[in-house]
Write a protein that binds this ligand. Structure first.
Ligand code: FO1
Length: 308
């Protein structure tokens, strides 16, 4: 069964680790969010591509959910001593990836080409495609003005009120190589338990991707990142409110309206089943909190078992 997964953030990476235990990873193409990408210390950093690659490659720092396990931060300490901004914690091994990627990009390689070489070095068996090779930058409108995504998420710790979310450059961007073809050829498309606005929203904002999701014969299944009226982790609730989506499985279905066939929801939200069916979305009720590796596998199984 050919699968495509739209992914961004730490929840998606854990889910994909479970999915790769249930299907043959060679049948999976991940389309990764690049709206969180950031340039710091002269380096181009793609957090969501790295988090997926590190997780599937067994390198991820489980405690933090990002970065390389056991990494050191000597360079960061030295950069702070030089008076550099160090709000974004870049580990020494993690830096090697950012230096490699920046060097390759400067040499004329595309983000897709660099990501393909990195996923091979990480021994990741499935394909990992950036949503676009063009720069799309998620920006957060707050009462104090617009913030770049990582300024909001890390520097300000998601504290400012979210008034709006924008995807700078999306209108000029093109789907990355292989993205549209993978979606149209898929038997099933899975939207990972990611923030619908800041992780999946940028992917849907790339012209052509939402249209391909409407057109594909593949069944489209999403896992709700909202459980019991709130986000399992992170600022999804604040961002959904800013975009006018109800903070519930119905709000998630609304964010994916037009192409969503199935939504995996938690037992806590069983009450939403009726309204989801009324919107043409088949609910699948299961335990959605991935506290263990077994839960990751069980959630992945629940997401695909009715798509065959
Ligand atoms: N998240 C934090 O909360 N604090 C950090 O210092 C931090 C550093 C970091 C470095 C590399 C990387 O790939 C991710 C990092 N993240 C950090 C997580 C990142 O902000 C988020 O994973 C995504 O951008 C949102 O899904």
């Amino acid at each position: 069964m050919k699968l495509v997964a739209l992914a961004g953030g730490t929840g998606a990476a854990k889910f994909l680790r479970g999915l790769c235990r249930v299907i043959d990873p060679a049948d999976l193409t991940i389309v990764g969010n690049t709206g969180d990408d950031v340039e710091l210390w002269g380096l181009y950093i793609s957090p969501d591509l790295d988090t997926v690659g590190y997780t599937l490659g067994g390198l991820i720092d489980e405690t933090k959910g990002w970065g390389v396990k056991g990494d050191t931060f000597q360079c960061r300490t030295a950069m702070a001593a030089l008076g550099n901004d160090t709000y974004f914690a870049l580990g020494d091994q993690d830096l090697a990836v950012h230096i490699y990627r920046t060097e390759q990009l400067r040499g004329g390689k595309s983000l897709s080409e660099v990501t393909e070489s990195l996923r091979n070095k990480w021994s990741v068996a499935c394909r990992l495609l950036p949503m676009s090779d063009d720069r799309v930058a998620t920006r957060i409108k707050t009462p104090g003005g617009w913030l770049a995504f990582q300024e909001y998420f890390v520097r300000e710790r998601c504290k400012p009120e979210v008034l709006d979310v924008a995807y700078d450059g999306a209108e000029r961007s093109h789907p990355g190589p292989g993205v549209i073809e993978a979606i149209l050829a898929a038997d099933a498309v899975i939207i990972c338990p990611s923030n619908p606005v800041s992780s999946i929203g940028p992917i849907l904002a790339v012209p052509g991707i939402r249209e391909a999701l409407d057109e594909t014969r593949a069944k489209v299944s999403a896992i709700s990142p909202i459980v019991g009226g709130g986000a399992v982790s992170g600022p999804a609730g604040d961002m959904m409110r800013a975009k006018g989506f109800e903070i519930s499985p119905l709000g998630v279905a609304a964010a994916y309206t037009g192409f969503l066939d199935q939504l995996v929801i938690d037992y806590a939200d069983e009450i939403s089943c009726e309204a989801l069916r009324a919107r043409g979305v088949a609910p699948v009720v299961t335990e959605s909190i991935m506290g263990t590796r077994e839960r990751e596998v069980a959630l992945a199984r629940a997401a695909i078992e009715r798509l065959g």
